[in-house]
Design a protein around this ligand. Structure first.
Ligand code: PEP
Ligand code: MG
Length: 635
């Protein structure tokens, strides 16, 4: 996963107010900071493909998200801290090397000329991170200058960069090359400082209205800072279809494309761009004909949205009168109005971790109670399923680090380490505070509590013990609690949970199938990683069989079962999911009308027959074809 890597930025420049930005010379900077001048001729149209994330077409000037200035506050240390600071530096060096090696591995996907330009640069960075004058200087500053690792990195980097430029003669090629080298030293220092301080990316304040945000990498916490009303579209070099960044972007409903190799290098700020989030395409410097076509697409998409809006008042019911519950996933309170607009019947997955992001401290019990109560009340009696904190390395939460609840440096393999319920069971205060807040807020409306990342029945039992302990404590305190108490359910998002679903169904009050992680863990494919994105396939028969087993286990014991992964949002999958017996779906709210339309077009009986046929297949591309055929036949 790329979760530790903040988005490195396209160098800042004011977006051109003109439509094309073409025909005028303007200063631009390439990704490695080398200055250049665009020629006076119109730049040629360029089409780059990536992964389609959020449908919709948008046109606007590129805004290169700028990294905040990385200048740590100078910090002195005691002699006793030298060892600890040296280890922090070593860990940051190792992490930076890994990031660069990963970046080099991805170069294979770029055209040869880009590889030729970038590969030597990465090698130079790696060399500097080895036993070099630069890293020796950093260590020396910690040991002799008694300063913290980030101060040592900054000061050593600056000193070396200044010395390099000072040594070069004035003017000429030698000076230009010295300046480039100094830039490289500064860049490597910045990377180390980012890794040491995990400095969040917060430079969206200057985002001009109507701009296309372009960056190398966007973290989920960054998306939480975006204002969808100001933004035309988002496109990034990295990212996969089902990573948390993609999920957050869907929540915002901004046309988005991720995994566009070479985008930041090709799109300097101000470049006019068309982002087609449905096709997964970014067009730079479009010709007038392409631009006219894109404008027509913008209009037709707006019309389609209006049609979906009309579906809002109609029930989600199959042609043979089976009622289906269509709920919304919620990541940010700001999405609440969208849920109402979409006509969702409650919240099927409140990803509570996003409420902990971009805060200095973890909200206390009273603050959390207020947040949950506000959401529950806004749903006006519709049910709300609150998933307790699902922390993982990807969803960086600074407050957890600041309060020492998670390690400063992420584990080697966060997806397989302490995440979700595993963290909560290790940090009972964190867990109990959240449960207490949910229980108190649950007097405001129907609530269910959902546990993430369960792999064993023992975890469920331990969680229930904590839940009961919290209930007893709240009762002793004289708090008013809902009667009956909220059901305690589990995510089925690991193969272990899916294959133990028969046993888990005896003790869990409900299941929510998380197809995103289930796909990732079953297929051993990182859901947020562009390079393996083609292998990420929720239609793989292994994933479908695990889902089928879990659904049947729940239905046998009459336990409610829903699906809340991205699979639920794709209307093409709706007949199969209905056919497997699901009657409850939770998805990003913008997908509700489409899925409702798909539900209203089919009979549950035909879907069941269809699902039997699908489950006989062992090739996912064939399954995909069958889904397309079924969808077309029922349109
Ligand atoms: C899932 O894994 O499918 C899920 C819904 O949880 P998240 O996407 O938040 O990991
Ligand atoms: Mg999950």
């Amino acid at each position: 996963m790329n979760r530790t890597k903040p988005p490195s930025a396209v160098p800042a420049a004011k977006p051109s107010p003109t439509k094309t930005g073409a025909g005028r010379a303007r200063a631009v900077k390439s990704r490695d900071g080398k200055a250049g001048v665009a020629t006076a001729t119109s730049p040629a149209e360029r089409r780059l493909s990536g992964i389609a994330i959020v449908e919709g077409v948008a046109i606007g000037p590129v805004f290169g998200a700028v990294e905040p200035e990385i200048k740590p506050t100078p910090r002195r240390i005691q002699a006793a801290d030298i060892e600890a600071e040296r280890s922090r530096l070593d860990a940051a060096i190792t992490q930076s090397k890994k990031q660069l090696v990963k970046l080099r591995a991805r170069l294979d996907m770029l055209p040869e000329e880009s590889q030729a330009e970038i590969a030597p640069l990465i090698d130079a960075y790696l060399q500097m991170l080895g036993p070099s004058r630069l890293t020796r200087g950093m260590r020396q500053r910690i040991e002799e200058g008694l300063v913290a690792a980030e101060t040592a990195v900054h000061d050593a980097g600056e000193a070396m960069a200044t010395a390099i430029t000072a040594l070069a003669d004035e003017g000429g090629e030698q000076r230009a090359s010295a300046r480039r080298h100094a830039d490289e030293v500064r860049e490597i220092s910045r990377r180390l400082i980012r890794n040491l301080t995990r400095q969040p990316f917060r430079s969206f304040a200057a985002l001009p209205a109507g701009a296309v945000l372009v960056c190398e990498y966007l973290r989920p916490a960054d998306v939480a800072l975006l204002d969808p009303a100001r933004l035309a579209a988002v496109a990034a070099d990295e990212g996969g279809a089902d990573g948390h960044t993609a999920i957050m972007l869907r929540a915002l409903g901004v046309p988005s494309v991720l995994g566009v190799a070479e985008l930041t290098a090709a799109a300097p700020p101000g470049t006019l761009a068309i982002v087609d989030g449905g096709k997964g395409e970014v067009i730079l410097n479009p010709t007038p004909a392409t631009l006219a076509e894109a404008r027509r697409a913008v209009t037709s998409f707006a019309r389609q949205r209006q049609q979906w809006a009309r579906l809002k008042r109609l029930p989600a019911i199959t042609t043979d009168h089976q009622e289906v519950e269509l709920q919304a996933n919620l990541e940010l309170p700001a999405e609440l109005p969208l849920i109402a607009q979409a006509g969702a019947a409650g919240i099927g997955l409140l990803r509570s971790e996003f409420l902990f992001m971009n805060r200095e401290r973890i909200p206390n019990e009273d603050q959390q109670t207020e947040i949950y109560r506000g959401i529950i009340e806004a749903m006006g009696g519709d049910p709300v399923t609150i998933r307790v904190l699902d922390w993982s390395g990807e969803k960086e939460i600074d407050a957890l680090i600041a309060e020492g609840l998670v390690p400063d440096l992420p584990p080697e393999n966060p997806a397989l380490s302490v995440r979700g319920l595993r963290l909560l069971l290790r940090q009972p205060d964190l867990f109990e505070t959240q449960l207490a807040a949910i229980l108190r807020a649950a007097c405001a409306g129907p609530v269910r509590i959902l546990l993430p990342m369960v792999t064993t029945i023992a975890e469920l039992r331990l969680a229930r013990e904590v839940f009961e302990r919290v209930v007893r404590r709240l009762r002793r305190r004289g708090e008013r609690l809902p009667e009956p108490l909220p059901p305690l359910g589990i995510m089925i998002e690991t193969p272990a949970a899916a294959l133990s679903a028969d046993a888990l169904a005896l003790e869990a009050d409900f299941f929510a199938i998380g197809s995103n992680d289930l796909t990732m863990y079953t297929l051993a494919v990182d859901r947020g990683e562009a390079i393996v994105a083609p292998l990420y396939d929720p239609l793989h028969p292994a994933v479908l069989r695990l889902m089928q087993f879990a659904i049947e286990a729940a239905l046998l014991l009459r336990k409610p079962v829903s699906v809340c992964g991205e699979l639920a949002a794709n209307p093409k999958f709706t007949p199969l999911l209905l056919g497997l017996g699901l009657r409850s779906f939770s998805m990003n709210s913008s997908a509700v009308p489409r899925v409702k339309q798909a539900v209203r077009q089919v009979s549950a009986e035909a879907c069941a027959r269809f699902a039997r046929r699908v489950m006989e297949q062992n090739d996912s591309s064939l399954i995909d074809e069958l889904l397309s055929e079924f969808a077309e036949a029922n349109e």
